[in-house]
Structures are given as structure tokens and as C-alpha cells.
Design a protein. Sequence first.
Length: 94
Amino acid sequence: MADTRRMHTVPASYLDAFAFTEGRRTPAVWRYSRSEREPVAVGIYDAAVWKDIYAFEDETGQRSTGIENSLAEVEGAFCEARKMLTAGAVPTLD
């Protein structure tokens, strides 16, 4: 798995369920800024992203993205199940 620095606090695959594409090249969601008081369209791959939020230093002193990698595996399984459910199929536990 690639060593990533941009980590989502809300997975892009979850945001995709609420996304719109009208007038855009990529899916987006609306983000409301309390300071600006106006909603802003944000691409799902740029929304809820923090640098190294799940990274930590392991026992050898190396930067580890093990938590992010584990979350990505769960997200991958969710994506497959969501595709099946939206297509009308029943996901299996295989």
C-alpha cells in the first residue's frame, strides 16, 4: 500500500453517496463554513482531509501509516458492498 500523507477523516467513498456532479468534472459535496457563512462545493477527494492524522511513530522510530492502511481495507470492503446494494444485489461475507 502506498505511503500516504493525505488522510480522510470521512472516507471519500462515504462522501460519494452524498455527492453531486452537475457542472463539475469530479464529484463534490457541500461544506458549510461557519466563518464564511456560505456553503462551498468541495471535491470529495479534498473534503475532510488532514495531513498525517492517522500516522504515528512506531517502536523503531519510523513513521507508520498502519492505521490508515487498515481503515483503507475496511473502506474497500464497504465500497464493494455499497456497489452491490445500490445495484440491487445482496452482498456476501466472502
